[in-house]
Design a protein around this ligand. Sequence first.
Ligand code: TRP
Length: 450
Amino acid sequence: MASPRGEFSSRFGFLMAASGSAVGLGNIWGFPTNAASNGGAAFLFVYLILAFSLAYPALMAELIIGRHARANAVTALRGISRGPRTRMLATVVGMGGIVTVSLILSFYAIVSGWMLAYFLSSFSELMGWTSPAAWLTSGSAERDAIFTLIFVALTIYVVTAGVRRGIERWATRLMPSLLLILLILIVYVLTLDGATDGLRAYLVPDFSRITDPRLLLSAMGQAFFSLSLGVGTMLIYGSYLSRRENLPTVGGLVALLDVGIAVMAGLLILPAMYVALAGGIAIYDDAGGLIAGPGLIIAVLPALFDSMGMAGSLVALAFFLLMSIASLTSSISMLEVPVSYAVENHSMHRRKAGLLIGAVIASLSLIIVVNFGWLFDLVVMLTTEFSQPLLGFFFAVFVAWIWNRNSVLREIREGSPEVEHSLFWRIWPFYIRYICPAAILLVFVQTILL
Ligand code: TRP
């Protein structure tokens, strides 16, 4: 062994790290626009139900396997296998998670690089340096390459410092700041003209949409991506959790924090879009839907900030800092997946593993930057719509169908001795055995067919 395993020092440390992983770009721009284009509060309503009835049980599956095995996904899944065939499947699923999460990081780092560049651009704007500010938002391949590399370097820096001194330390600093910035921005934006229209679009339910299967599917996809499920991220964080912790409770808190911050982000983004509309900025695309994704974050919102003069630069600075923080606490959880595997199964030093794997991921990112036009969307689609749900399905299958039920119970009993008589133990085994795999398969088939 290269080094002894890390462990989070406290429940708070774990909560900040795990919610830091969950809260990312997906929450702050994916969720709000998904809600707006899918019936406002009707989407919110369905999302809340799915997040707690489907995503939370899947999150618990990963946390339980991880804490039981105190190892990376490959070793953990092999450990609960029953014979040579399931052990083979375990290796495929575990390695599949490592490859998938590395690819997710390779595109995530590009988008996160934009956030850093926009953050620095607002800073330059405030200092009166107009030409660097313009270059930073130019969208050139050079800028993308440079900022992707800076972002990956930051991620490597945190991960190589270790579980406690890197991941936990930075998450406990960054997550409270994120919450504070988010709150300040919400309060400020709600005072502007047009904000109430945004609140209405977000919070007034259009229940005629609730039977739309697409609403259900996007809510489920959103919930799974948002909780970082299916690739071993939550499994490895669970493996650093103390045996004294009550798993159903801490898992529930992570889900609550993730959902809570997504809902709050909606209170910021939708009012901001309608403030932009009131100021004459286009917020609808050609098809009549709200502009979502990159178009929203690097076109609509910057146009809004520009129209607000000096105050706009400050708001932009805070907003892109918020985005950069959200990205970094997620990206470190992604890099930890391959790094922990290299450290544990190939006796590599954490530093070396972080640098080496980080370099490979950065190279992948650069390939995507250079071939952005056709490659970016392809990688996003293959990883998040194809690979991630498929792997998530197998995680559920491993816990519910392959692993021995008594061992599962024994693991959850650690830190929560009364769990056998709880609501959790009455419901969760059924969910993870039948409902989760069926629901994931349904989404999967639907995505393939569409
Ligand atoms: N959940 C994060 C977000 O909402 C992204 C993320 C972190 C992720 N780790 C992951 C997504 C693992 C999929 C798999 O942005």
